[in-house]
Design a protein around this ligand. Structure first.
Ligand code: PLP
Length: 456
């Protein structure tokens, strides 16, 4: 494929309706065109090499251009590109399900394969409803989520997404959803200790369950680290205490590990290894195939599965699934990506590299424009101060507004210097390919440092 640059822009503006399309810009968008990618780098239409700071969209674990991935995909596509997952079975999805059950914490031994993260979350939420109906508790359907949460773009996923910006304009019915206040320690009131903040946020969950009645609450859903909400790392002990509360009140705990799974925090899954919890359900996607092909999964506790199957099934089938559940080619890609992560010991690599990445990231706090830096494993974020802008009104009076797109300005400078970041209003987020090396981390953070200075 070699369309001229102008043609790509023309097709982009006239035909492709992008996710999160900012509609006022349609017709005159000049998005960077990415022509190819290799290792941790992507190459734009001018041939410029950029470090892929966001790792695609938090998904590029093993790096671009892996020949053995292409071969595994091609081999499966030639042998059998598709199989009806409702009534048949085959090697790639069964092998993947068994592998995920082996890697998952605790008794999460049942694997429902989906097409991505949103459909994994959708599956988990539908399972919670199904489970409680089957158990004769049809009222137990309220879901507790949190501000800044992102759980996907299916309708159900959106009902538990705690970012107004993502729900605006859609009239999403959040009648069964409840959003607890932000767990971002940087936003706590001045003078409040971290411990007091943690206590308060944990109490929010228990209070909400008591207010609604435990017999009405089906599940609590939480990303171990809120990713697109701004890389929000909860205070230490928060998740474990929330998990204990859920157990006490018979509320299912859904850990949305779409971002934190597959090595991002140095482990296959962060729930148990990093946070000491054994969720009832885990949702995952992205790094599952290292972004080479779309795939997601819901991992389910064997205990729950037994409660709804066999002689407990009461004649029910789980009437949910997708044409592409367990797509053999996507499963072959996942198996190969997992094999590469194991063979190259990328989990250990992330654990060894993370302290240096975080030290360099936190050093950016000395720049006056930087309000906060946050991170864990190989995911991080820089938050800029929100600066007031003073403009003159028509009548000469002063109008106050706030600068809200500093991330975009930093991104532009980064691009000139050879780094791609993911700007989110005043934030720049990072989740580089896990194969990134120490000198490349330095390069990435040197560029970011310079770009922020140029933005001041
Ligand atoms: N859950 C979390 C935590 C995510 O970050 C995302 C995507 O960013 C999703 C769910 C949705 O995943 P997908 O975009 O693959 O549908």
């Amino acid at each position: 494929m070699s369309d001229p640059i102008g043609q790509i822009h023309e097709h982009d503006n006239q035909a492709w309706f992008h996710p999160w399309e900012y509609l006022p810009d349609v017709g005159h968008n000049q998005r960077s065109i990415i022509q190819r990618a290799e290792g941790i780098h992507v190459f734009d239409e001018h041939g410029q090499r950029l470090i892929d700071g966001p790792g695609g969209m938090w998904c590029m674990q093993i790096g671009y251009g892996r020949k053995e991935m292409a071969e595994a995909i091609a081999e499966q596509a030639l042998r059998m590109p598709y199989m009806n997952p409702f009534s048949l079975t085959s090697e790639a999805p069964t092998r993947l399900a068994a592998k995920l059950a082996e890697l998952a914490p605790g008794d999460l031994k049942r694997v429902f394969l989906t097409t991505g993260g949103s459909t994994a979350v959708d599956t988990a939420l539908r399972f919670v409803h199904f489970y409680n109906n089957l158990k004769g508790r049809p009222g137990k359907k309220h879901i507790i989520s949190r501000e800044h949460a992102y759980h996907g773009s299916t309708y159900l996923g959106a009902t538990v997404t705690g970012k107004d910006r993502d729900r605006n304009w859609f009239d999403i019915n959040t009648g069964l959803s409840h959003f607890l206040p932000s767990v971002n320690p940087a936003g706590r009131p001045a003078g409040m200790s971290l411990q007091a903040f943690c206590d308060a946020r944990v109490a929010d969950l228990e209070n909400k369950i008591l207010e609604l009645g435990a017999d009405k609450v089906g599940a609590f859903i939480a990303e171990p680290i809120q990713a697109s909400g701004g890389v929000i790392v909860p205070p230490e002990g928060y998740l474990k205490r929330c998990w204990e509360i859920c157990r006490r009140h018979d509320v299912l705990f859904i850990a949305d590990e779409v971002v934190t799974g597959f090595g991002r925090l140095g482990h296959w899954f962060a729930s148990e290894a990093v946070f000491g919890i054994q969720p009832d359900l885990i949702t995952c996607a992205k790094g599952l195939t290292s972004g080479y092909l779309p795939l997601g999964a819901m991992l389910l506790s064997e205990r729950l599965f037994q409660e709804v199957s066999g002689s407990n099934a009461n004649g029910a089938s789980f009437g949910h699934g997708f044409t592409y559940s367990g797509h053999p080619v996507c499963c072959a890609a996942a198996l190969k990506s997992i094999e590469i992560i194991e063979r190259e010991q990328l989990l250990q690599h992330v654990r060894a590299l993370s302290p240096h990445f975080l030290e360099r990231l936190h050093a950016l706090r000395e720049i006056p424009l930087v309000f906060d830096t946050r991170g864990m494993g190989l995911v991080g974020c820089v938050e800029c101060r929100v600066r007031p802008l003073v403009e003159s009104g028509m009548d000469g009076s002063e109008l106050y507004a706030f600068e809200t797109e500093l991330g975009m300005r930093i991104d532009r400078h980064c691009h000139e210097l050879g780094l791609m970041v993911r700007p989110l209003t005043n934030l720049c987020v990072f989740s580089p390919p896990l194969v990134i090396q120490r000198d490349e981390v330095d390069q990435m953070l040197d560029i970011l440092h310079e770009a922020i200075l140029r933005t001041q």
